[in-house]
Write a protein that binds this ligand. Sequence first.
Ligand code: HEC
Length: 102
Amino acid sequence: MKPSLTFFGPCVFLLGAGVGHAESSPEEITFQSCRVCHGAAAGETGIPAIEGRAYDDLLASLMSLGGTTDKSTIMHRFSAGQSREELEALSRYISDLDGPNK
Ligand code: HEC
């Protein structure tokens, strides 16, 4: 049984949903869904906070999560569906944010 997947499952459907303002960048909109799990309260769930983390670190994590053979993980499902360019833009955006990793 995978209780965490059952719990987080619905969040995944929010990824890429057209929420936010018309002038928001695609990365900004996508990040709204990341915050659900990786936001300020992340410490309570054991999911690491990612705001302000180094660009190279973020990109490497997202690329490897997308390439993992364990297709049951949350992050695999997201990363595998994104192009390299999209992951680069998203990593750039998140690394520029202020956060506990700065
Ligand atoms: C449904 C919850 C959830 C959402 C939404 C989510 N993540 Fe994650 N993320 C996780 C979990 C859980 C892990 C730990 C690895 C795993 O189980 O896949 C993780 C791991 C990561 C890692 C690796 C962290 C490390 O320390 O190795 C990065 C980077 C990351 N996520 C980025 C993102 C980005 C960017 C988004 C938005 C596009 C996002 N996540 C959305 C749950 C989520």
